[in-house]
Each structure stands twice: as structure tokens, then as C-alpha cells.
Design a protein around this ligand. Sequence first.
Ligand SMILES: Cc1ncc(COP(=O)(O)O)c(C=O)c1O
Length: 377
Amino acid sequence: MKEIYLDNSATTKPLPEVIQKMIEALTEGYGNPSSLHNKGLEAEKYLKTAREKIAKKLGVQPDEIYFTSGGTEANNLAIKGAACHYRNRGKHLITTAVEHPSVLESFRVLEGEGFEVTYLKTDKYGLISLDELRDNITEETILVSIIHVNNELGSVHDLEKIGRIIKEKNKNTLFHADCVQSFGKFALNPEKNLIDLLTISGHKIHGPKGIGALYRKKGVQLKAQQVGGGQEKNLRSGTENVPGIAGLIPALDAFEENQLYEKLKKLRKHFLEGLEKIKRRVIVNSPPDGAAHILSISFPGIKGEVLIHSLEAEGIYLSTGSACHSRSREKSHVLKAAGLTEEQIDGTIRISFSSFNTEEEIDYTIEMINKKLEIFF
Ligand SMILES: Cc1ncc(COP(=O)(O)O)c(C=O)c1O
């Protein structure tokens, strides 16, 4: 049976050249980058190359990039690290109600330590009000953390406007952006957008799992959340995940953002046109100008979970929401914050594209959705 993978926001399939590079790093370049001998230097080269490539994509300096075990760790480090270092400046932090759990849970920990957190509400697309953001920044606000592309809805926050508002209101307030879903698809520019800290992850760009990075603007201080041998300039101790970092290299080379985005946009358009053939009521939850690779749709009165499993039987893989929610019974906090009804949330599925999807796959998926809706509901 042909496999149609439409869950690329959860993770992407690693490219063959990524796997090749990882095998190379495991079989030949297996040294410890901290070792002084040649094997160590060989391993260190992977780190240097990957760091330079990430920095180039972001238009920043390589020594502003710190490897982590993924987006989750980078978010934890940015948020807890900044709050702990700058706690003497103030106790107020701002984020949104629609962040990834790695961001929300970091803020919950900080609340437990006496910080005061403002969770900005959003509109039906999961977008905050910029006026509300401005109104909430005070002299006491040390950090604002905002998701760029929402992993469930595909809505896109305007980082440039947000950065300007933050710095106009309080030039000392740090700006962290979770760019896990946008890195590799959007041309990101932390300097222009006045971003101090930015999170990326390897497995959303056809790279390996368990590897990510944090951009930290020069001069910004963070309290390390993990101590030990002092790797990554004392910010993230632990022997680096060399195969993971090596695997990032071909993934970073594989796509040019604008070209990839154009391709994804066509797939999204094709899917949306296909939805007109669906014989049941469909609500598109994603904004019309949402990110090209993520589409959230609801079939009210239908169980998304049942639909997902029935499509899986046909070799079609998609999800009900984010991968982190799909195994828990709790309803998505993002869809709740966007004001969807319980019935709508239960009937939601998320389709997320990669450059390897085709219009034929989409046509088949639409056909199968129609068929399953007739059989099961
Ligand atoms: C927006 C967002 N932030 C953070 C993460 C966590 O990244 P990782 O899986 O690399 O820990 C994800 C993963 O789905 C995400 O979508």
C-alpha cells in the first residue's frame, strides 16, 4: 500500500542524505568534539559546519548558535534561563495561550518560583492582539515569548511588528520566538525582528530527531539549565549529539525557503479546493493567510480520532491536532483558546504538508475522507 504522509508538523521523514551523514558520523566521525586528538577535531568539524549553516540561514553569527536536544530543550533554556538570570530586573513575563507545551510548562515552573505570567488571549485563529501585547508590557517585564507559526492552526505571528512593540515599550524586555514550525520554510531574520532568543528543531526540516538549537543574541545572558562539562560555552553541558548535528547539515542544505514555500502553498491551495468536493460540513480553522504547510479543519459531529484511524487503514497519515495532544484525552488548549466548540474540537484534523507530497496524494486523501465520512458517520 502506498504511504501518504501528511503529518509533517509532528515530524518529517529524514532525507536519505541525512541518514547517510549520520551513519558517517557514527562510523567514522565518532570522536568526542572536546577531545584534543584528530578524532575529536573530526567530530568538532560537524559542529562547526552545522553551526555556520544555521547561522547563515538566520543571518547571525555562528557563535550565537547553541545546540540542544531539540525544540523543547531550547524553549526551556531560553525561557527559564532568561527569567532566572534577569530576575532582579523584574518578575513579569508574557506569553500566549497557544504556545507549545514546552513553552507553557516552562512558564508554569516559573510561576511556581514567584514569577507573574501574563498569558495573552487570542482570536479565532490563535493570533494575539498587538495592542494587548503593548498594554501588558511594563517596566517589570523581563521576557516575552511568542510562537511564530502555530503548530496546530498554522497561524503566523508578525515577528517584526511584535519585536518593535516590545522594544519600544521596554528596551530591556527580551524577545523569544519559538520558530520550530517556521525555520526552513520562512526566511527568518532575528536581527531585523529584534529577536533575542530563537528556537529551532531538526526533525521538522527532514533532519534527525533529538537535535535542535537556540539562537542567543550576543550579550544576552542565560542561566544554564543543565550543568556539567561546560560544553556549548557553559550554556548546555553534555557531550554533543554529533550524529544528530551531522545529520542537520544536509537537511539545512536541502531546501531554499522561498522555493519550498511556493510548493507548499500550491499543495495547500489544492487541498482547500479539494475540500469543496467533501459532502459534509467542513470548517477551515486555519486563517486564509496561514502558513502554507499546516491546515486545521473540522467536521462538526464527527470524531476526528476515528477518521484518522480509518484513513490510516488506507495508508494516509495525518493527525487530530499536535502530536503531543493526540495521545492524551485532554482537548487541545490551542483550539480551546481559539474558541472552537467542543464538537468542533472533537471533529478536528490537522493536515501538514512537506515538499514530498503531491497533488495526486491530496486528491486521493480527499476521496478517502469522503468515503470514510460516508461509511462511519
Ligand atoms: C511550535 C513547537 N515548538 C516546540 C516543539 C518541540 O520541538 P522538539 O520536538 O524538537 O522538542 C514543537 C514540536 O512539535 C513545536 O511544534
